[in-house]
Ligand binder design. Sequence first.
Ligand code: B1M
Length: 215
Amino acid sequence: MTSELFAAMRQSIVEGDADRAEELAARALGEGMDPLAAIDEGYVPGLRHVGDHFAIGEMFLPEMMLAARAMKRAVAVLEPEMARRASRRRVLGRVVLGTVHGDIHEIGKNLVGMMLSASGFEVHDLGVDVPFERFVEKAREVDADIVGVSALLTTTMVGQRSVVEALRDAGLRPRVKVMVGGAPVTRGWAEEIGADGYSEDAVGAVNLARQLVGA
Ligand code: B1M
């Protein structure tokens, strides 16, 4: 049953059991489940549980790392099917993507990147802990339409403002659009720093990107 599978996925993340997470992902695909549903309703609630318990001192960094590793292994199994289900007819736009300087959280950013490329965007993923100048250099190099900046820490969100400012100083604004996201990021914050848009999840990021390039 789907709800049991979701519960088992959640539990595999909470326990940091990468083999089990991977096995459940393969089972879900075998049963024809939408890979995005597996991520959103199965695995992400597990990560949320770990994050919430970390915040109140009931779980610790090694457990958070194991949970993240299990999540990445499950996503690696689901990724080809996510790409297969999407249409790749023409390039809708070029996106430079990364997690801000000082921040190594990558799971959400990777999901956004996967969804964007599965939806027809050419994605240049700079990885994590990316200095703001690097976003500018890459945007210039690939003639980007959008720069996407992820931040998961309240202390690193400020780096999103630096990226907006650096793009402006380089004369790339407003032609190059900026979208921001990550757990602590809000629409209000996006407006305050002069970004063109904010999305709270990967599906919303695709809709926003399409809007920003007028697709
Ligand atoms: Co960290 N961590 N972590 N962590 N971690 C959080 C973010 C935290 C909320 C946990 C908590 O305390 N409750 C907390 C931040 C508190 C705060 O600032 N308010 C925290 C902390 C404190 C830390 C450390 C400082 C811990 C320490 O060392 N003492 C440290 C910081 C390291 C650093 O970056 N310098 C740290 C480290 C780590 C790990 C390395 C162990 C690991 C990351 C591993 C990795 O990514 N490879 C980790 C993890 C896994 C988490 C939690 C548990 C899960 C994050 C995640 O992957 N979520 C997280 C708790 C939580 O978020 N509830 C936590 C799942 C993912 C699918 O969601 O990333 O939100 P998310 O992405 C979503 C949306 O936000 C959106 O779409 C995605 C898909 O739906 N989105 C975008 C994201 N980027 C977008 C960009 C867009 C658009 C949408 O446009 C460009």
